[in-house]
Design a protein around this ligand. Structure first.
Ligand code: FAD
Length: 461
């Protein structure tokens, strides 16, 4: 029969690793981590490209410089990670139209103000409607979510669409208070280190797993183990992986993404209760794709305030948001363009040649026909990757806490963790990190309770 451990952790991203660390620190050493891919890190993932190390997943430490210290920033400092300050706020002064003209500053400011005001107005009306719904529903249980419906101002022109994209997909903090920036500060630092953002995770892992020369050699970490079935019973949890292995444990911590929970990769026996399924299906999944392009030389402006630039097109989000990598890696001649949601999915499904052609078309519109072709392209795949199914959770702008509460709540012996279970910091690395700690603490509490009952029963016998 399969050996039994105290706890099985499914997934070795930041939340799985931080959860395991807390268990180890509290004397629970007989855990097993089952990870579907061949590496740790999950959505923190580096790759060599064009002579430097680029981050396909999390790239920034978001929320720095405030009163409270961001734990991800602390970890980065402790492990000597090289970072680089990023300032999105200039992006709106570098908006190109399809003929390569930059929108004048005065007009940019006017349009930006209009976009912020309208977004705030939408937010206020959504809050009002949630409040009135709540007062109508009082006593009937929560769980309702108010989505922003008809906006009072609809962005139509390419410039308005570009600013709308900037505000909703990048500068959300301009419109609504986001805990990450309220608590930890408004600054963001790009990780620009050959060892990658994932270096933080290796440093964390070193503290409780057996490692040698930067490699994890601990048999409690099992890679290439795709969990397909979880059986929850009164006495324990049984896990079956795709390669037919069976594992048993007293408890399980499940750290797979919200997208994976929505997919049919893992089946639950018995099925998850309805309130749980509904909560999982309600949470939106954001797709965010950074496409990297390498050039033989620079043809874009590089001075102060030029790191980010935008392309105004009649299709919202069509190769809108650009960044050059000269601040992070001088001389690298790399550009990054970020796509989201529908555009991400579209591009993930087509060939790299097709994507390269589109991106070059956009760049030629901005910088003229004589710019050189890119010599290399890298298109990460987050949506059609069955171990991710998206980039991060995106709770409705206005939602009550019941939703995240239900997503996080344990079911029998299965405890849920991951960035999507963080009430305050979902969608971020620090959210995943803190969620792992939180979930392990809740599990430790449960284990203590169970032991106490066992001891009492033993005394009675
Ligand atoms: P994950 O890292 O996804 O870990 C879950 C693990 O479970 C994965 O390793 C996966 O392989 C594994 N798994 C899945 N299914 C199974 C299975 N069936 N069996 C076994 N294992 C399984 N955050 C920031 O703070 N700043 C940023 O700039 C930022 N940018 C981002 C950009 C992109 C493109 C993406 C994708 C994310 C970004 N994030 C950013 C978010 C951040 O990366 C995540 O919030 C965080 O890394 C999530 O950690 P996690 O442990 O919750 O999940």
């Amino acid at each position: 029969s399969p050996s039994r451990s105290s706890v099985i952790i499914v997934g070795a991203g930041v939340s799985g690793i931080s959860a395991a660390k807390v268990l180890a620190e509290n004397g629970i050493e007989d855990f097993i981590i089952l990870e579907a891919s061949d590496r740790i890190g999950g959505r923190i993932r580096k790759e060599s490209f064009g002579g430097v190390t680029v981050e396909l997943g999390a790239g920034w430490i978001a929320g720095v410089g405030g009163e409270k210290s961001n734990p991800a920033w602390e970890l980065a400092n402790k492990s000597g990670l090289r970072t680089c300050f990023s300032d999105y706020s200039n992006a709106r002064y570098n908006i190109y139209d399809t003929s390569g003209k930059i929108i004048p500053i005065k007009l940019a400011n006017e349009l930006y103000k209009k976009a912020v005001d309208s977004a705030k107005e939408r937010m206020d009306s959504a809050i009002r409607s949630l409040r009135s719904q709540e007062s109508n529903n009082r006593g009937c249980g929560g769980g309702d979510v108010s989505r922003v419906t008809e906006p009072p101002f609809t962005p139509r022109t390419p410039f308005e669409l570009a600013l709308d994209f900037l505000l909703h997909d990048f500068e959300m903090a301009e419109v609504e208070p986001i805990s990450t920036f309220v608590d930890f500060g408004e600054r963001e630092f790009l990780v620009a280190d050959e060892r990658g953002y994932e270096h933080l995770l290796y440093k964390m892992a070193e503290e409780f797993l057996f490692t040698s020369e930067g490699k994890i050699l601990d048999s409690r970490l099992q890679l290439n183990k795709v969990v397909r079935e979880l059986q929850n019973s009164r006495n324990g949890v049984t896990v079956t992986t795709e390669d037919g292995c069976v594992y048993e444990a007293n408890y399980l911590i499940l750290s797979v993404s919200i997208g994976v929970l929505q997919s049919d990769l893992i089946s639950f026996r018995p099925p998850l209760p309805r309130w749980k399924m509904e909560a999982i299906q309600t949470c939106e999944v954001m797709v965010y794709t950074k496409i990297f392009l390498k050039f033989p030389h620079k043809f874009w402006p590089c001075g102060p305030g030029k790191e980010f630039f935008m392309y105004a097109h009649e299709r919202r989000g069509y190769y809108t948001f650009w960044q050059h990598m000269e601040n992070a890696f001088p001389g690298s001649n790399i550009l990054v363009v970020t796509l989201t949601n529908g555009e991400s999915k579209r591009v993930e499904a087509q060939s790299e040649e097709e994507t390269l052609k589109e991106a070059m078309g956009v760049l030629r519109n901005m910088f003229g026909p004589n710019i050189p072709n890119a010599t290399d392209i890298l298109v990460p795949c987050w949506y059609y990757n069955r171990f991710q199914c998206g980039s991060y959770s995106n709770y409705p702008i206005i939602s009550n806490n019941q939703l995240v509460h239900n997503i996080k709540a344990p079911v029998g012996r299965i405890f849920f963790t991951g960035e999507h279970t963080s009430e305050q910091f979902s969608g971020y690395v620090h959210g995943g990190y803190l969620a792992g700690i939180d979930t392990s603490k809740a599990l430790l509490e449960e284990i203590r309770k169970e032991r106490k009952i066992e001891n009492q029963n033993n005394l009675l016998e």
